[in-house]
Design a protein around this ligand. Structure first.
Ligand SMILES: Cc1ncc(C[n+]2csc(CCO)c2C)c(N)n1
Length: 217
């Protein structure tokens, strides 16, 4: 498989399309997303990131090349530094809810299960949409904004727009493509299943935040 990512990205185009058209993303673009909805998202995302950094470290230590391990461990520590700081600025005077929503629990548990019990290639495919979907949605939001000056969510939006993030996304794609190149048919099929599932979970994460998803009981 010469460009695995290109193929699976094409096959998940309908999901990415649904994300771009989700009212959460439309609200971020317009700056009209209700504050309480954004706070809910940031709170749940902080809970997500606390688990995701462990998942990246798990994938990283399984990689065969030193620079691949370095990349994922750097990304994991980057989460501590950059994203936690951003979250603190948004959450500072609000009560922080330590209970993950059903969707947050589902996404992090899914990633933990795949990276712990399945092959490294499947683990890489499962963690990749976190990078690629945010890159694409970050670019999409910036390209479709009429006015950035008064958007209360601009600093969040700009986190995923810069060149550093772009380099990081390209590296994650390159590593995953490399493992896809030597994967057998069954592994390639499983890689696509994990990539697709995580892409759907990215949609679900925004959708659940928009609805301020609660436990039914
Ligand atoms: C649900 C959810 N999915 C993806 C990201 C974006 N993200 C989180 S960590 C990371 C890699 C290192 O920066 C990226 C791109 C998010 N914040 N929340």
């Amino acid at each position: 498989m010469s460009d695995w990512f290109k193929q699976v990205r094409e096959n998940t185009d309908n999901i990415v399309h649904e994300i771009k058209n989700h009212p959460f993303i439309k609200g971020l673009i317009a700056g009209s997303l209700p504050k309480d909805v954004f706070q809910f998202y940031i709170n749940q995302d902080a809970l997500y990131l606390a688990e995701y950094k462990k998942v990246l470290a798990t994938v990283g230590i399984k990689c065969h090349a030193v620079e691949e391990t370095q990349f994922f461990l750097d990304a994991a520590t980057g989460i501590l530094a950059v994203e936690d700081a951003l979250h603190k600025t948004y959450i500072k005077d609000l009560a922080f809810n330590t209970v993950p929503s059903p969707t947050c629990e589902l996404y992090t548990s899914y990633l933990a299960r795949i990276t712990a019990n399945h092959s490294l290639s499947e683990g890489l495919a499962a963690v990749l949409p976190c990078f690629t979907v945010y890159k694409e949605i970050g670019d999409y939001i910036q390209a479709n904004q009429n006015e950035q000056a008064n958007n209360p969510y601009q600093s969040w939006i700009d986190t995923y727009g810069g060149i550093d993030f772009e380099n990081s996304v390209n590296k994650a794609i390159a590593i995953t493509n490399k493992y896809a190149q030597s994967a057998d048919k069954e592994t390639l099929n499983n890689m696509e299943l994990s990539f697709t599932k995580s892409t759907k979970l990215e949609w679900l994460f925004w959708d659940s935040a928009f609805k301020k998803e609660a436990w039914k009981i």
